[in-house]
Structures are given as structure tokens and as C-alpha cells.
Design a protein around this ligand. Structure first.
Ligand code: NAD
Length: 481
């Protein structure tokens, strides 16, 4: 497929003289299409179309109408499910069953869950009543009206392309905003299919717009520094978040950021060790470690350290069928960390290099699932986000030490605690400096719960009401009686 921009209800295919860039298959390195690079003019048109859609009444209709529209979008994805799976697999190289059981169903779930949230509470997006009488100078009735923010820019990454895009698009539309979205330049295909589905669902022209292109000094930056944008919802690297914030600062544009992580798992000696090993195989190696929630640091209580580490390494060495890194550049970055780990003194218990398949995949961007030990806590490999299939395992002696090690990070996205001690299971999570703590599980998600990170891992929370709070503004109305 050759992705297209979608602006003001129209798909822009092959604009005369427009620049394009190649779309590469990460499985074998071949070029499989071309992507249009949005100019500043295209971004300006998209922002203007979004504003016009709001002026013409998008966002002022009833919440039931918007809930119905969200369900139509979910239906549209469902009807074209196989096409969406194909496109996601082609862009990312991820295993098909991952796309078919996680990415695409979650995208559908994102639209349905916000539709249900709106429909169940028809008043939510517009009027939350706070009973309140009297002021110092007389009787009054106060109530709160929730209004949309206006034109919202949504910038998404390549690792879970449709899932993370729709995680923001659904609540933004639910709250009555008009959207201009830019997916990652690496993964434009399912975003284009989503635009087709939204078009078919009959949303008014300009309520949803899509532009493709790069980030720095390109479509992403044009959009996030645009004076006509009222809010920015971004998922990606922490350094990109800083860059976007600098551009947004000029117009004091509010931001919601889901950023990087260097997530820790704490394995206590009282844990179900087999479950902890299997859980860590999942949390470290799912999607070849290219999920923001993936575990890259594992701390294991000393009495079970050797047994756990040996079992994890054995499982890592036995993994097959894993997908590639998203690009040659990302593969090179991950491999540079594998080399750095050795320079920093790591013992490589599993992986550490590039697999050889003896087929077309050898032209792609795979790296081996890797288990490291022996690094000091301050090593760059232990401190910096690698975003590949790699984790470092280190021992600890006390609960306090485990918590201190987990918290010794500039990031604060997610942590996992493995224990059968009920008190510990409740005592440890609030002491961990993270937005999300899983106990005896990983990435078990209820879409209504707050999702996000602290420290360099993000600003704000998304999920359920938390997203609707970001994507709408409470207005106090005070009526003198
Ligand atoms: P990235 O920051 O390189 O790119 C993300 C998006 O930002 C892309 O669409 C890109 O084009 C755009 N962009 C880049 N520079 C920009 C700029 N100056 N202005 C505006 N837009 C710009 O991230 P990535 O490599 O696509 O994704 C991987 C990163 O995302 C990892 O750090 C990962 O931890 C993080 N992530 C976080 C979460 C979360 O929920 N916290 C989820 C997934 C991924």
C-alpha cells in the first residue's frame, strides 16, 4: 500500500511534486512502498480543516451521537480486521498472532470503551454537575460544563502503531475535539486504513485529519509548534517529548506525554519462580522488547538468583519466531548497546548478537533475545532505555535494597513485582516510583485505569476518565439566583 494524507475529508494521493520516502519491510529489508512527506502547507491545511469542522458544529452534538460514531469506527475496523492485521504485520514485522490478538482488537476496544464511557454517562463530556449553593455575596448555583479543547495534535510511535494512535484518537473525538494525527514515519499503513474507516463512518470533513512524514524539522514539528493547535498528545521517546515541549512552549499548548521507560521487575524469593520466569520472558521479549512497558532490569532476591537467571537465559536461548527491530537504524542502536554492555563488564548468558536464519530474513533487522548479568547499577546499559529484546539481571538482599535499585532510574513508567507474600504485594507498589505496578502479572490492562509514567516517562495520565479529563476543559458556570 502507498499511504495517503487525509485532510478535510479528502485523501491526498500523489500530490504533484510532493516528496516521498521509502517504506521498508523490517523482516527482509526490501522496499515495499512510498510514503508522502507532508509539507508545512499540508499541515496548515489539516489544522485549518480541523478548526472549520469545530466551527461547523463537530463536538457540539450530543454525546450519544459521538458514541454512535465511535462504535461505527470500531465496526469498520472489525469488518476490515484481516486487512488491518496484514498492514500492521507488514509495517512492523511483528508476529501475526500478536497483531491479531493484541494490536487490532485493542484498537477496536479503544473506540468501544470510550463510546461506552460516553453513552453510559451522557452528561459526562458536557455537564458534570457539582451541587453547590451560596457565595459570599449572595445565592448562586454553580455547575461545571466540560468543553472540548479544540484542535488536538496526536503524534504516535511505531511500536504499537494502531493501538497507540487510537488510544488517543478515540478519547479526543469522544470529548468533541477535532484531530490532526501524525503516525510514525516507520508505520503509516494502519493509520491510513483508520482514516478510510473514519471516512466511511461518516464523520464530518475535518473532524479527523491525518498527515504523514518525519518528526524533526518536518510534519511532526510543524504540527506540534502550530499556533492553531490547542493541545498535544504524544507517545514516543523522552528526548522527543522535550523537543515537542520546547515548540509547544511558545503558545503554552498543554501536553499529555507517554514517554520512555527502563522498567524493573522485582523477583522475591517467595515468588512462584516458574511464573516469574515465564512472566519475565513475556515482559522482556514480547514484540522483541519494543514495548514501552517491557522489562529491561530484573532484580532477583539472592537465594533464587542463580536458579532464576539460569532458567531465564535458557528460555531466551530457546525463543523462535520473534520479529525484527523496526529499522536498520534501530537494530544498529540495539547492537551498539549489546557491545557497550560487554565493554561495561557484562556476562552475556543468552544472545548478544544477530541471528542467522539462512533465508530472506537475514536481510532484515533481527537481533537475538539477550540476557545479561554482572553490570554495576550505574552502567549505561542498566540506566538507558535500549528498546530491544534485552534485560539485565542483578541480585538483591533486602526489600529496601530492591526498591532502591528499582527507583534508581530517570524513568518511572512501569514495574513488576513477583511475590506470594500478600503484605509485600501491597507494601511494595506504592514505594515504587512508577505510574503502573503489576503484581504477579505483566501488561494486564483494564482500559479504565490510569495509564502513564512519572519522572522522564511522561506527563499526565490517560485511560478512561483520565483521558476525557485531558481532552476536555472544565468551565465553571455560576448563576446568580
Ligand atoms: P520517537 O520519539 O522517535 O517518535 C515518535 C513520534 O514522534 C513519531 O511519529 C515521530 O515522527 C515524531 N517526532 C519525532 N521528532 C519529533 C519532533 N521534533 N516534533 C514532533 N514530532 C516528532 O519514538 P519512537 O522511536 O517512534 O518510539 C519508541 C519510543 O516510544 C520509546 O522511547 C518508547 O519507550 C516510547 N513509547 C512510550 C509509550 C508509553 O506509553 N509511555 C508507548 C510506546 C512507546
Amino acid at each position: 500500500m502507498n499511504p495517503a494524507h487525509y485532510v478535510d475529508g479528502t485523501f491526498l494521493h500523489d500530490e504533484a511534486g510532493a516528496a516521498t520516502f521509502p517504506l521498508t519491510d523490517p523482516v527482509d529489508g526490501t522496499v515495499r512502498g512510498k510514503v508522502p512527506e507532508a509539507t508545512r502547507e499540508t499541515v496548515n491545511r489539516a489544522v485549518a480543516a480541523a478548526r472549520t469542522a469545530l466551527e461547523k458544529g463537530w463536538g457540539r452534538g450530543s454525546t450519544q451521537e459521538r458514541a454512535a460514531a465511535l462504535h461505527r469506527i470500531a465496526d469498520g475496523i472489525q469488518q476490515r480486521f484481516a486487512e488491518f492485521v496484514d498492514a500492521e504485520v507488514a509495517d512492523t514485522g511483528k508476529p501475526r498472532d500478536l497483531a491479531a490478538t493484541v494490536d487490532i482488537p485493542r484498537a477496536i476496544g479503544n473506540f468501544r470503551s470510550y463510546a461506552d464511557l460516553l453513552y453510559g454517562r451522557p452528561e459526562r463530556a458536557h455537564t458534570t454537575e457539582i451541587p453547590g449553593w451560596s457565595t459570599g455575596t449572595g445565592e448562586a448555583l454553580n455547575y461545571t460544563v466540560r468543553r472540548p479543547l479544540g484542535v488536538v495534535a496526536i503524534i504516535s510511535p511505531w511500536n504499537l502503531p494502531l493501538l497507540l494512535l487510537t488510544w488517543k484518537v478515540a478519547p479526543a473525538l469522544a470529548a468533541g475535539n477535532a484531530v490532526v494525527a501524525k503516525p510514525s514515519e516507520e508505520t503509516p499503513s494502519t493509520a491510513t486504513l483508520l482514516a478510510e474507516v473514519i471516512h466511511a463512518a461518516g464523520l464530518p470533513a475535518g473532524a479527523f485529519n491525518l498527515v504523514h512524514g518525519h518528526g524533526t524539522d518536518a510534519a511532526g514539528a510543524f504540527l506540534t509548534s502550530h499556533p492553531g493547535v490547542d493541545a498535544i498528545a504524544f507517545t514516543g521517546e523522552s528526548a522527543t517529548g522535550s523537543a515537542i515541549m520546547r515548540g509547544a512552549a511558545a503558545h503554552l499548548t498543554p501536553v499529555s506525554f507517554e514517554l520512555g521507560g527502563k522498567n524493573a521487575a522485582l523477583v522475591f524469593a517467595d515468588a512462584d519462580l516458574q511464573a516469574a520466569v515465564e512472566g519475565t520472558v513475556r515482559s522482556a521479549f514480547t514484540h522483541s522488547g519494543q514495548i514501552c512497558l517491557c522489562t529491561e532490569r530484573v532484580y532477583v532476591e539472592r537465594p533464587v538468583y542463580e536458579e532464576f537467571t539460569a532458567a531465564l537465559a535458557e528460555r531466551a536461548r530457546a525463543l523462535t519466531g520473534y520479529g525484527p527491530m523496526i529499522s536498520a537504524a534501530h537494530r544498529d542502536k540495539v547492537l551498539s548497546y549489546y557491545r557497550l554492555a560487554v565493554e561495561e563488564g557484562a556476562t552475556v548468558l543468552a544472545g548478544g548478537g544477530v541471528p542467522h536464519f539462512g533465508d530472506a530474513r537475514d536481510g532484515g533487522f533481527h537481533v537475538e533475545p539477550t540476557v545479561l548479568t554482572g553490570l554495576p547499577q550505574h552502567a549505561r546499559t542498566v540506566q538507558e532505555e535500549i528498546f530491544g529484546p534485552v534485560c539485565h539481571v542483578a541480585p538483591f538482599d533486602t526489600e529496601d535494597e530492591a526498591i532502591a535499585l528499582a527507583n534508581d532510574s530517570r524513568y518511572g513508567l512501569a514495574a513488576t513485582v513477583w511475590t506470594r507474600d500478600l503484605s509485600r504485594a501491597h507494601r511494595v507498589p506504592p514505594r515504587l516510583e512508577n505510574g503502573i505496578v503489576w503484581v504477579n502479572c505483566w501488561n494486564l490492562r483494564d482500559l479504565r485505569t490510569p495509564f502513564g509514567g512519572i519522572k522522564d516517562s511522561g506527563i499526565g495520565r490517560e485511560g478512561g476518565e483520565y483521558s476525557l479529563d485531558f481532552f476536555s476543559e472544565p468551565v465553571n458556570v455560576c448563576v446568580r439566583i
